[in-house]
Design a protein around this ligand. Structure first.
Ligand code: ZN
Length: 557
């Protein structure tokens, strides 16, 4: 039986502060005061009661119905209790991590009117009581102790999710908060500048006749339509990349370094940009060849078939990305550390995810950001955590993040997202057809464009697509943000680590404004803000303070 207990309690080491106490709790109180200093922040006490012969069942019943709920109500945590018929004993673990000492809290419990009113009172059946303070060795009950939970967010009998959320947010120093706000708000303007700059470049290509000249060149080089398309595409991509290069450097390099988020020097950064361009040449090339093939063959219904090709292409890209594209930029390795891997895989199995590996990406090559993701499609799905997350976070934080990523998987967000963006694509093509028709009638001659199937009209399409998605920014952000929130809720339930979640949310505050206004969040946020996410975690915590799952890592359930 004891062996069984040892296995079940798993993490709880029966440490050496063993003391013997009789029926009176006074000796234990004295000892508790002494031990208090050594077992902050949570005091865990293991209690072993020898029960009067024949009274074990009565005791267990009276304890579960009376003592257990009352202890929880008064702010104690009780992760485990067992009765041991072989020895006629009862064993349980009680913890407390509030502002008072364990001893004071325990005394006030015994002195309370509610305790005196317990019927039946199980205490007279205790023949002998032994109590030890214990320290968690592995993860397990009390693992959340390692987390720096701020005062105000600690479990207590007066826990308030709003107070707890504010307590977490208040741990971020004002200068750090100001920097993160400035970084993220700058991102709002970048949405506008990116739109205006690319629109200007496309209009330049059309208005100066450069696009028509690029087409003429492609036609002179080869008679093959697909090859002409590809040649035009390469010119288009290179010219736009060069013209937008200053903005790209500012946005992706200078600004990231200003805010301490980037780790790359200019050379490797530029290398990544060139690799990205090469991927754009190949993948984008295949795509435009397919689209122009469709436009030439179906002059009336091209917008419908174009939508189909686009969605199929997006699915194909998502499928090959983890295998062929992402490894061009980063190294993906299998996570070996069993202390991290085992709980993650256990959580995956518990949620019906057929994963046998967790991948780690060396994201620190480019940035200091903490992140994780689910990538892949139709069989190439995988869960990846980045090395910044692995290096900067505790297990509860990692579990919380992985629970979130598993949420994306279990809730089929990739497939739902494909459907959503599929609908947007069809609407977008309908818009393209109407708007490009009008633009060609008005400006076609001036821009030397022959029709919709003219390669030289590509900047016009690109311009219209940019307008379309710029206007839809709040819609797409809100769709994604809603999925992210769903994944948060899933992650809280799967990992049971509300404090891990809150701490991760604060780390994401390195690059995402923590406490925006509601309209700001609606328009600009593609993930919930720190406040929204921490509040969801604290609300979960408030409702699980008395649950046996709270604070128990997925690995130990
Ligand atoms: Zn997510």
């Amino acid at each position: 039986m004891i062996r069984q207990f040892g296995v079940a309690a798993g993490s709880v080491a029966l440490c050496a502060v063993g003391i013997f106490v009789g029926r009176s709790p006074t000796a234990a109180v004295a000892q508790a005061r002494e031990a208090q200093a050594t077992c902050r922040p949570t005091c865990w006490q293991l209690r072993l009661y020898t029960i009067d012969r024949g009274k074990l069942d009565d005791f267990a019943q009276a304890w579960s119905r009376g003592v257990y709920p009352l202890r929880l109500k008064r702010g104690f945590q009780i992760p485990a209790a067992w009765s041991m018929p072989e020895t006629n004993q009862f064993v349980w673990i009680v913890g407390y991590d509030g502002p008072e000492t364990f001893a004071a809290k325990d005394s006030s419990y015994y002195a309370s009117a509610e305790r005196a009113a317990l019927q039946p009172d199980p205490r007279p059946w205790i023949a002998r009581a032994e109590k030890w303070f214990v320290t968690p060795v592995l993860s397990g009950p009390g693992a959340q102790d390692q987390l720096p939970v701020p005062p105000g967010a600690e479990a207590s009998d007066h826990f308030d999710p709003v107070v707890a959320t504010n307590a977490y947010l208040a741990t971020v120093p004002p200068d750090k908060r100001a920097r993160s706000d400035a970084y993220f708000e700058g991102g709002y303007w970048l949405i506008l500048w990116n739109f205006l700059a690319s629109a200007a470049v496309y209009l330049l290509l059309l208005g100066k006749g450069w696009s028509a000249r690029m087409r003429d060149l492609a036609e002179r080089v080869t008679g093959s339509k697909p090859l002409q398309t590809f040649l035009y595409w390469v010119q288009f991509l290179v010219v736009t990349a060069v013209l937008l290069f200053p903005l790209t450097v500012y946005q992706g390099f200078v600004r990231e370094h200003q805010y301490g988020l980037a780790t790359q020097t200019f050379g490797p950064w530029l290398g990544d940009q060139l690799k990205g361009l090469a991927v754009g040449v190949v993948l984008g090339g295949v795509f435009v060849i397919a689209i122009y093939g469709v436009v030439r063959r179906a002059p009336r219904s091209w917008w419908i078939w174009g939508s189909v090709v686009t969605v199929a292409f997006l699915m194909f890209s998502a499928m090959i990305a983890p295998v062929f594209i992402l490894p061009l930029f980063n190294k993906y390795t299998k996570l070996e550390d069993a202390r991290v891997k085992d709980p993650i895989l256990s959580m995956a199995r518990a949620n019906g995810i057929p994963a046998s590996e967790v991948y780690v990406v060396n994201a620190s090559r480019q940035s200091t950001r903490v992140s994780a993701n689910v990538s892949g499609f139709l069989g190439t799905e995988r869960i990846t955590l980045n090395d910044n997350l692995l290096n900067r976070c505790t297990l509860p934080e990692i579990e919380s993040t992985m629970g979130h990523e598993m949420g994306h998987y279990v809730l089929n967000h990739v497939y739902k997202g494909t459907l959503f963006f599929g609908v947007l694509t069809v609407l977008g093509f309908a818009f393209l057809r109407g708007a490009s028709g009008r633009a060609l009638t008005r400006r076609g001659d001036a821009w030397r464009l022959r029709g919709v199937d003219d390669l030289a009209a590509l900047p016009l399409f690109a311009l219209l697509i940019a307008v379309y998605f710029f206007v839809l920014t709040p819609v797409t952000n809100t769709y994604i943000r809603t999925q992210e929130y769903e994944a948060d809720i899933f992650g809280l339930n799967a990992a049971g680590q509300p404090d891990g979640e809150a701490l991760i949310d604060l780390k994401l505050g390195d690059y995402r404004k923590l406490d925006p206004g509601p309209v700001e969040e609606l328009i600009f946020f593609d993930h919930p803000s720190g406040r929204t996410r921490i509040y969801a975690a604290m609300r979960w915590k408030a409702e699980h303070l008395n649950s046996p799952l709270y604070g128990v890592p997925a690995s130990s359930r």
